[in-house]
Structure formats: C-alpha cells, structure tokens
Design a protein around this ligand. Structure first.
Ligand code: SAM
Length: 387
C-alpha cells in the first residue's frame, strides 16, 4: 500500500512508518524530530475514498446513481469498499489499501451476548442492540435496492451481511469527517493516514483542504524519532469509542454518561411546557451529557423543573423564570426524581464494578479482544471507563 500511496503523490511517507505499539496496536511511527504544527503528511485527493469518487467510478457509479433516494454516505462508502475488494482485476492501489484493513473488529456490534451483558445498564448496551437491528434492516434495503439489481457487480457471496458489517465497521473506525466552507460535510477514508491511532492528548491535527481536496496531518505535539504519531478523533466518550472504534481510554477526559430526558406529548400541560423548554433552549426530548467535571449540568435541573410544574405553577410562570428554584415542592420533586432515576440506572447495571474488577483480574473477559491484524486491546480499561 505504501508504495502506491507514494507513487500517487503523497508527501511525508519517507519520515513515517507503520509499526506495532504495545498499547494501541498497529500505528504510525515518526522517523524524525518534528515540531508541533509542522506538516507531517499529505494524502492527495485522487486516492481518498469519498462518495464523489464512488459515483465517478465507471462501473460502480451508474449503479449508485440508479438508486433513489441515494444511499447514505456510510452505505455508499461501505459498498465502494466491498466492490473494490470483490474485483478480480483493476483497482490495484485501492485493493492494496483494503488488504491492509483489519480482518475483524472489536466494536460493540461484535460483542458476544455475554460480553454485551457486561455493559447492561449503559447507553452502549441499548444503542448496540438498536444498531444491530438497524444493520439488518439496512442490509435488506441494500439487497433490494442495489445488490440484487446488479448481481454481476455485487456477487452475493462477497456482499453478505457479515461483509456489510465489516465494511461499515471499517468506515466507522477509519472515516474522517470535515465541515466544508459551504457548511456541507464530507466523510472520507485516507490511505496511510488511517493508520494513525487516537490520543486525547494531542490537538485536532488532521485537516482537509477543500480547494485541493487533499488530506493533511500536522504534528499535534512535538515528536522525536521513534515516537508514535497520533491524531485526535474528537472529544469522544468511552461508549462512543467502544461502539465506533472498539477501544476505550482508561483516563478519558471526555468521558460522559448521556442522560436522555423526555416527556410524552399526552402528559398534562405538555404544550405549555414545550414552550417553556424551547424558551429555555431545551426540547421535549433532550440528551444531556453528564461528565465527571459537570455531573449535574444546569440543563438537567432546568428541564425537570419545567417537567414537574403543576397547574398553579403554570398559571404564574414567567417564561424566563426557569433558571432558578421555582418553589420548594417543585424542587423536592425534581431532586426526588433524580435520586430515584439514578438509583434505577445503577440497578440496571448487570455487573457491579467490584465484581467486574474481580472478573477482569481472573481473566473472565480476556484482554486483547478479537481484532484481526491489531495489537493488544485495552479492554481492561473497562473497569474504570464508565461506558
Ligand atoms: C483509524 S484506525 C487506526 C489504525 C489501526 N490501529 C490499524 O491497525 O488499522 C482506528 C482503530 O485503531 C485502534 N485504535 C486507535 N487509537 C487507539 C488507542 N488509543 N488505543 C487502542 N486502540 C486504538 C482501534 O482499533 C480503532 O478502531
């Protein structure tokens, strides 16, 4: 793959190499000193995996164009990857990139039932379950809309649901997202740059130049020769890291619990309350991140104070009077609700932390996961992850 990337005009490969690292597995090593902010790597537009390139492909493009409404970005990229992987000739460069992808993944859709049970009570548990069903539905849609229509391009034995899951996991774990100057967004996979692992300790340092279409990586900190080079995948909590990338960070500064607050429209005074939520910058269904630094954000209290208003409160309620305590009985109800729901949430956890730590120590959940071509995983970080 590296020689194809170099021949395609990439800059910076002479000073970088793919290597194995103890904690993160395969990644990229710097071969020289570089200062923070210096450009380390540029991957030219022509070899990026994008929706535009999929549509421009002389064989795949017409099939994609015939599907209305168009496939989602992730489905287009997943189809593009499987298509290239299935070709017996041509596409040599892109195929060499596909060959370098992991053969299997450790993201949460691949957890066994027992592994997923360990996460019972977490948002990851619920989302993973929904995701698995969504993938089945989306795959059936793809078969009906495109794979089944062009069987010469998409042979069934190379476009199974397992292939689709693998390709989607490839897109989720290797895709990079950028907002363009016209405020649209682009998702792309960049050969070689997609070998860079994540660290929350470096600044965001991968950039897309909308005018050239090239992808560049700058040094997110100073590097010596021999250091692993990182990029920052974004301020992601552990549950998202595990769902999209199959790993967690034991000290994740962005870790959070997503608290979903919602009120059914048939609840009393829902319309009046809805107006109050909107004027407080909230919605009738809100997802609020609880973090270690801000475990009870003001918006949680704002939301619940409005939710708990009774008829007499509402008759005297000023629209902007939602930022402080409304009255004692309302506040007591809010706090009681919080105590009850947090106790309920904790009870939903299938495995208590102490038990999980014991199980990890006894290697009930083997570290290392099942990821192909990767080095060791840090699953042991689960115990402290709060995911
Ligand atoms: C964009 S790829 C990076 C290259 C990848 N390590 C490989 O060998 O192909 C993202 C994947 O790398 C791994 N990864 C990235 N950062 C990591 C980290 N800090 N710790 C453990 N694994 C990491 C995860 O498996 C993730 O899904």
């Amino acid at each position: 793959m590296e020689s194809w990337v170099k021949e395609s005009g990439a800059v910076g490969l002479d000073d970088l190499e793919v290597a194995d690292f103890q904690v993160t597995g395969r990644g990229v090593r710097s071969l020289q000193y570089s200062k923070e902010g210096e450009r380390l790597l540029t991957i030219p537009s022509g070899i990026l995996w994008t929706v535009e390139h999929a549509y421009a492909d002389p064989l795949l493009g017409p099939a994609l164009r015939s599907v209305q409404p168009p496939l989602t970005v992730d489905d287009t990229l997943a189809t593009y990857i499987l298509f290239v992987r299935s070709r017996k000739s041509g596409y040599n460069g892109l195929r060499s990139h596909v060959t370098a992808f992991p053969t299997s993944y450790s993201s949460s859709i691949y957890f066994t039932e027992n592994e997923l049970e360990v996460c019972a009570g977490t948002s990851l548990y619920t989302i993973t379950d929904q995701l698995k069903r969504q993938i089945e539905e989306d795959y059936a849609g793809l078969v009906a809309r495109i794979f089944g229509q062009y069987q010469d391009l998409f042979p069934f034995d190379k476009f199974t649901i397992e292939d689709y899951k693998w390709a989607l996991s490839t897109v989720w774990s290797r895709g990079m997202d950028f907002v363009l100057p016209d405020e649209t967004s682009i998702r792309l996979l960049a050969p070689f740059a997609d070998m860079l692992n994540h660290s929350s300790e470096v600044k965001q340092c991968h950039v897309y130049d909308a005018s050239s279409g090239n992808l560049s990586v700058l040094a997110g900190k100073d590097y010596k020769a021999g250091d692993q080079v990182f990029i920052n995948y974004g301020p992601l909590p552990n549950n998202r890291l595990l769902r999209l990338y199959g790993f967690v960070l034991s000290s994740n500064p962005n870790d959070s619990y997503d608290l979903v607050l919602s009120t059914h429209p048939v609840a009393p005074f829902w319309e009046q309350k809805q107006k109050l939520w909107i004027s407080a910058g909230l919605k009738s269904t809100c997802t609020i991140s609880l973090t270690l630094t801000d475990p009870l954000p003001k918006n949680v209290l704002r939301y619940l104070r409005i939710q708990r208003l009774d008829e007499s409160d509402l008759s005297v309620m000023e629209v902007n009077a939602t930022d402080g305590i409304i009255n004692e009985s309302n506040e007591v109800e809010v706090l009681q609700f919080l105590v009850d729901s947090f106790c309920g949430l904790l009870e939903n956890f299938g495995t208590q932390l102490e038990m999980l730590e014991e199980q990890l120590a006894a290697s009930v959940h083997p570290p290392g996961g099942r990821e192909g071509t990767h080095g060791p995983r840090r699953m042991s970080a689960w115990a402290n992850s709060g995911c």
